[in-house]
Design a binder for this molecule. Structure first.
Ligand code: URA
Length: 438
């Protein structure tokens, strides 16, 4: 069939057949389909949606476009369970959660992405660790997951290659925020990675792709139902993204927060709550614990007794990074030459944050990409960010900017001030965890 007729079918609001979806995915995977036709179909799906059956078939077809991992030969003594976030600003949870879940007996083969739109990428943050191989071959990946319990890596050429190309085209054609496309993109990778269970962190708020509760729930339901049809147990937490998660947004600045968290030097309470809730849900979804509170206690102990920190160092070492990263992070991580506090225009309480604008300000500083092939400045970003409800004043900054030049620091300050609303009265803070869906 001519591909233009497949685009026309979706453009006119009709469902695609399995054969049409297969033709699309085959053309993505072998590069025979030109980007303009991929983009046109993506926009048609964005505007007209997909049925549950179409999204399910797209998931399976993209999953089958590459290798599918099978962990049975490894003889693991615990379930293979992963977590995936739909994307946020300052979301460094993966670095805390993967070693923590491993310390609690799970195996976590975490396939992560680069920044997408205004959101930061786990893969960009791990690039701050010298020597770390974020694209190991499948043998090394299997070995590290089996021996350490977790590995955070990028999507290899072998794993769901059709999604890899589709994701890059969606990123630059304003077709990211589509429930069926996000569903198929995430699940094709998670199923191909051989997971037995998955916990989704569906972000909701000004820094998320989903900005209404209805949209976030629709995405969570689509992920759960599509995954279940493919045999993958999936639970979802809807968590708040109306402010940066933790106190940092950038790459090296976020890794410093990770180090402080794992070593116990400083633990932002919101970051702590979200991380522990997600690990607890992984333990429940993986069938290791029946009760969420018991699971959360188990995770808290593994954090406090240093087991999670040990796993983190072991993961970095096994993938070529320094074995004592947590001890020497301050010497290892890049730092920016201009570090300046950003003062509010007026004293008061931090009432709301346009978190997408904060993510965009990080990109403008050089900490994210405007184009696919941009190089990232790993040192820049924001730290010491005030939380919603915090008092701010001339001696209580909104945040601290880390910039390459004085002019960039000044501009980032203006952008952050414009993104933050300061009021006389303490605001109502949105709930951190809206709901859990299974
Ligand atoms: N994460 C993914 O892997 N894919 C999307 O489409 C959005 C977030």
């Amino acid at each position: 069939m001519l591909f233009v007729d497949i685009i026309r079918t979706k453009r006119d609001g009709r469902p695609l057949s399995d054969a049409q979806i297969d033709q699309f995915v085959a053309g993505l995977a072998d590069d025979s389909l030109p980007a303009e036709q991929v983009a046109a179909l993506a926009m048609a799906v964005f505007l007209n949606g997909m049925t549950v059956a179409e999204a399910g078939h797209l998931t399976t077809a993209m999953m089958r476009s590459g290798t599918q991992l099978d962990w049975t030969a490894q003889g693991l003594d615990g379930p293979v369970v992963d977590k995936h976030s739909t994307g946020g600003v300052g979301d460094k949870v993966s670095f805390l959660l993967a070693p923590l879940a491993a310390a609690c007996g799970l195996y976590v083969p975490m396939i992560s992405g680069r920044g997408l739109g205004h959101t930061g990428g786990t893969l960009d943050k791990i690039a701050t660790v010298p020597g770390y191989d974020a694209t190991p071959d499948l043998d090394r990946f299997r070995r590290v997951v089996s021996q350490v319990g977790c590995a955070i890596v990028g999507q290899s050429d072998d794993l769901a290659p059709a999604d890899r190309r589709f994701y890059a085209i969606r990123d630059v054609t304003a077709t990211t925020e589509s429930v069926p496309l996000i569903t198929a993109s995430i699940l094709s990778k998670k199923i191909a990675a051989g997971n037995q269970a998955l916990v989704m962190d569906v972000k909701l708020g000004s820094g998320a792709f989903m900005t209404t509760r209805d949209d976030a729930e629709a995405l969570a339901r689509s992920l759960i139902d599509t995954a279940r049809a493919a045999g993958l147990v999936t639970h979802a937490l809807i968590t708040d993204m109306n402010q940066v998660l933790g106190t940092t947004a950038g790459n090296a600045v976020e890794m410093r927060e990770v180090v402080d968290f794992l070593t116990g030097r400083a633990r932002n309470p919101r970051l702590y709550t979200v991380t522990l809730a997600l690990v607890a849900e992984m333990l429940v979804a993986g069938g290791v614990e029946a009760d969420r509170e018991v699971a959360a206690d188990r995770a808290a102990r593994a954090l406090d007794d240093g087991s999670a920190a040990d796993r983190f160092n072991a993961m970095l070492a096994a993938l070529g990074g320094p074995a004592d990263f947590l001890e020497r992070a301050e010497q290892i991580l890049p730092s920016a030459p201009y570090v300046v506090d950003i003062m509010p225009d007026r004293p008061g309480f931090l009432a709301s944050v346009d978190t997408r604008a904060v993510g965009n300000a990080v990109i403008e500083l050089g900490g994210g990409r405007r184009r696919l092939d941009d190089r990232i400045d790993l040192a820049v970003g924001f730290s010491h960010m005030a939380a919603l409800g915090d008092p701010v004043a001339p001696d209580r900054p909104l945040a601290r900017v880390h910039a390459r030049t004085a002019a960039a620091a000044e501009l980032a300050g203006q952008r952050l001030r414009a993104a933050c609303q300061v009021c006389d009265d303490a605001p109502t803070i949105p709930p951190l965890i809206h709901t859990t869906l299974t």
